[in-house]
Structures are given as C-alpha cells and as structure tokens.
Design a protein. Structure first.
Length: 544
C-alpha cells in the first residue's frame, strides 16, 4: 500500500519533469555552443532582455546594504529613487546576495524550478477539469503544454507560394516565434514561467473556491508585472461581477468582488500615478509604449485549432448552455474574452504593446474549453478504428497539434541563441569589479552598448546608455555617446564626477580615440578589444 501511494504521488512530478524537457533543450544548446567556441562563453541569458532582470536584482544590494525596494539600474545616477518592488526580482536579489553566484547561473536555475512548478500546477489544473485516467487524456495533457496552432503550416505554405522556402516558416509567428502565443514555449523564459505559475495557481484556487489564496496569487501577479497583473485583475473582477450580480450563482462572495476592485485601483494607482512621478520612470514608460500589435494573420494561425475545438464543443445552443452552466467554464470564457480584447486594444486606445497580453493567455482558456472535443476525438478513433490505424491517427493528431513548437525548437537548437561574452569582455568586467566603491559618482561611457548593458549586470557601475528601452531618455543618451566618440563633445551632467570611458575597437567602423577632458589620464586598461580611460583621481585613489 505504501509503495502504491508513493508511486501515485511521485508520478505527476515525473510527468512534469518529462514535459519540461523540450524547454531545457534550448539551454543545453545555448551552453553547448558556448563550450564549443572558446571565444563565445555562454552567459545563460538566451534572449537579450533576460540580463535586464538580473541587473534589477543587483540593485537590491548595490548600495552595500540589502533593501526591499530598488531603483532603475539603467539610470546613470545612484540617487535614482528606489520606487520598484517586484517579488520575482526580490527573490533573485536575495539568492544573489546570499550565494554571490554567477548571475546567469542564478537566472537559469531559478527558471528551471519556476518552469517545473508551473508545469506541475498546470497539470493539476488540467486533471481537476478532465482527469488523467485514459490515454486520450494524457495525450490531451501533452497537447495542453506543447500544443500550438498552424503558424508554421501557414508560413511554410507562404514560402512554397512565393518561392522563398523554409525561411518564411515563422513569418506569421510574431518576432520569429519569440513572443510565444501558446503556453509551452513560455517555459523557456524564467520570468514568464514564474508569471504563468502564479496564474495557474490563482485560477486553480478560484476553481476550488479558496478565494483568499487566489487573491494572494493575483496580488503577487499585480506586483510582478504591469500588463499581466492588470489582465488577470480584470479577468477576476469581470467574472466575479457576472457570477455575483448576473448569474447569482452563489459561487462568488461579495468579498471577492470588493477585493478585486480594490486591487484594480491599487494596481492602476501604482503604475499610472505613483511611478510616473519619477521623470526617469516616465521616460522609460514612454519608451515601453510601443505599437506591437497582434495581426489577424497571427490570430488565425495561433488560435484556429484550439478555437475550432472550443466552437465544436458548443456547436449547438443546448451544448453551449450545458458547458456554460459551470462557473469554471464561465471563468475560462471571461479569461479568453478579456485577454483577446486587451490583445487588440489598439481599436479603442493608442496601442501600448498589445502583444504583451498574449503570451499564451488567449490560447490557454481556448484550449481548456475545447479539450473535451480533442479527448472525445481521440476516444472515437480508439473505439472505431483498428488498433494500428487508431495508433497512426493518434500519432498524426499529436504531431500536427504540436508541430508549431516542434519545428520552432528544432530550428532554435541548431544555432547559437542568446548573449555570449567574449574573453576580452569578461576580462574587462573582472577588472572593473576590482575597483572599490567610491563616495564620488562615476559613469561608464562606451561605444559598445552591449558591453555597457553587461556592465550593469556584472559590476556595480552605472552607464550613461545601455539597454535600449530601460535607459531613461535613451534616444538622447545614445546621441550623447555618439557625439562624444565622434568629436569629443561632453555634456554638463558629466561634470559632477568621474568618467570611465570604455572604447571598443571597431576596425570596420573606425573612430578617433576619445579626446577626454584635460584631467583625464592616459590609458588605464587595454586588451584586444577595449581601451579604458579614467580620471587621474580615480586611478590614484582606487588603483587595485
């Protein structure tokens, strides 16, 4: 009896680990390419923005003492107000502060556990709705985690018609498939795995009517992400109002409606009223306000399969009435409709990254609404076809349903992906870390934006310009850097403290050596890729 109980307890965890393996494959590929080429050691950041989160995490302790809130690490000023608080960044900051480990390693390790628990909770949610007591339901679970749409089919067809071949496979998948319109692909981002874990946990608690825990989940989500937080506060508020005042089902208490409304007001007040008081944040916020929209061709390719299954399930009025007699299914419908409206909000307001409301959040409720149709189809094949024919038909359905992700991962693992640091960059970062902290301000100025960005992660320094969207007044700051390296022009704000000038040699685009102001020293550091200039005071006071 004990062994059986242990096996039944262990089984979901093993299944979760197996379901996670495709996401792990992308990191194995990333580190493998780094191991093969000694000139490109892997950082663990498989996408440009990933390093940004560890720069934020560093801010919790960069002042010397650990603080619960943090300032913008991409501000050039250490006095930038500590107005940010995010549970994810706090966790990463605590781990880094305690372990002093490599930031990329921390990020990847955290991502593994976040993705693992995310799959485990989504498995519990799936089992709560459909069970896992048949082969068809297990196949349905695989399709839930790794299913997609027909984006690659459309892209491949376009390539055949235009004669462009396989290079158009991801033409209809935003950002070459890196925006993740279905669920499973989001697991490769530690941040998205964390957000999805909270969402699945919150929805599961709503299903079980454990509203206090659900509210705690969505409060955490609100503090974690402005877009996803707003999205699910609106989902819960809309659904709870419908249940309480329209359906009068007794499923929802008045407290849920009140708390959801209070959370919405708090969310909007923090992100739209409190944070923009800072001029730096207002600048960054305007840079984030990009018209990244979800086009019809994206929606057709991403949601046709799951949408078709959902529509088939409610194909007749009596079936629709039966399906939506359940508060859980009404929640899934509200989840889908609110997410779809937010992902297309450019029709009502100026677009502010509508794509940020996708990330699988339109796809997931559609799949859960339509999953019984898929399970019934698989059961029908098993019951009405010969065993061999049923097996082949099931395999074809499984392959077709998961083709988008299978093809995307196949292409990604065969090429270097992410941020790799050259040995000269690593050497310079190590050298910069050796300088003790000063009371005086110092600012890094470099003609290599990627190095400036990495310096925010690997050193306590600040840069005049680094991350393209998170640097306050980024366009002006980038122009300042260009003018400085072009003709030596300096700017008034640079006079308040030391400058650390990092010039990357670019043979294909020669530039003059920066003509630094009179008090600047000769070269302070030099290697194959970089030359560093520093003020004499800094060299004399802080020479290692």
């Amino acid at each position: 009896m004990g062994k059986t109980k242990f096996s039944s307890t262990l089984k979901p965890w093993v299944i979760s680990l197996l379901l996670l393996s495709p996401a792990a494959g992308l990191y194995i590929s990333h580190f493998s390419f780094g191991a093969v080429d000694p000139n490109k050691p892997a950082t663990g950041f498989i996408q440009y923005d990933m390093a940004y989160y560890m720069a934020n995490a560093r801010e919790h302790s960069d002042s010397g003492d650990f603080t619960l809130t943090y300032g913008n690490p991409f501000s050039a000023f250490s006095q930038t107000p500590k107005i940010y608080f995010q549970p994810l960044i706090l966790i990463l900051g605590v781990i880094w502060f305690i372990t002093k480990a490599d930031p990329g390693l921390i990020f990847v390790t955290f991502g593994f556990f976040a993705a693992f628990f995310c799959v485990r909770v989504s498995l519990t949610l799936y089992r709560e709705l459909f069970g896992l007591d048949s082969t068809s339901k297990i196949i349905g679970l695989i399709c839930f985690v790794w299913g997609g749409g027909i984006l690659c089919v459309l892209g491949g067809s376009y390539g055949v018609i235009t004669g462009k071949g396989i290079q158009t496979l991801f033409r209809f998948d935003p950002f070459d498939g890196w925006w993740f319109l279905n669920y499973g692909r989001n697991l490769i981002y530690p941040t998205e795995a964390f957000y999805h874990l909270i969402v699945f946990g919150g929805v599961l608690f709503l299903f079980k009517r454990r509203f206090a825990w659900a509210f705690a989940m969505f409060l955490c989500l609100s503090m974690s992400h402005p877009f996803t937080g707003l999205q699910f506060i609106l989902v819960v508020l809309t659904w709870s109002c419908l249940e309480r005042f329209y359906f009068k089902s007794g499923y929802i208490t008045a407290n849920v409606v009140c708390l959801s409304g209070i959370l919405l007001l708090a969310h909007l007040s923090y992100y739209l009223l409190f944070l923009p008081v800072s001029q730096e944040h207002a600048s960054v916020m305007s840079q984030w306000s990009l018209p990244w929209t979800l086009r019809v061709e994206n929606m057709n390719g991403a949601y046709l399969l799951v949408g078709g299954l959902a529509l088939w399930r409610i194909r007749r009025p009596c079936l629709a009435a039966e399906v939506f007699s359940s508060p859980q299914n009404r929640l899934l419908l509200v989840w889908f409709l609110v997410s779809l409206l937010l992902a297309n909000h450019e029709f009502a307001f100026d677009p502010v990254q509508p794509l940020h409301f996708t990330r699988g959040y339109v796809w997931i409720p559609l799949f859960l609404l339509g999953a019984p149709s898929l399970i019934s189809l698989l059961d029908y094949l098993t019951s009405n076809l010969k065993s061999d024919h049923a097996r082949y038909a099931t395999i074809l359905i499984l392959l077709f349903f998961n083709a988008d992700n299978a093809i995307w991962f196949t292409f990604q693992v065969h090429k270097p992906t992410g941020i790799y640091l050259r040995p000269d960059s690593q050497e310079l970062l190590t050298w910069l870390r050796r300088w003790p902290r000063l009371e005086q301000e110092s600012v890094l100025i470099s003609n290599d934006a990627e190095f400036s960005y990495m310096a925010m992660v690997y050193t306590p320094m600040r840069s005049w310009y680094s991350h393209w969207s998170c640097t306050p007044f980024a366009k002006d700051r980038a122009g300042d850097i260009e003018l400085f390296f072009k003709d030596g022009r300096e700017f008034p704000l640079w006079a308040y403290g030391d400058l650390v000038i990092v010039k990357k040699r670019m043979p294909e685009k020669p530039t003059r050596s920066p003509p630094p102001r009179a008090e600047l020293s000769d070269d302070a550091f030099e290697n194959g890729d970089f030359r560093v200039f520093m003020t004499p005071a800094r060299r004399q006071m802080k020479q290692p």
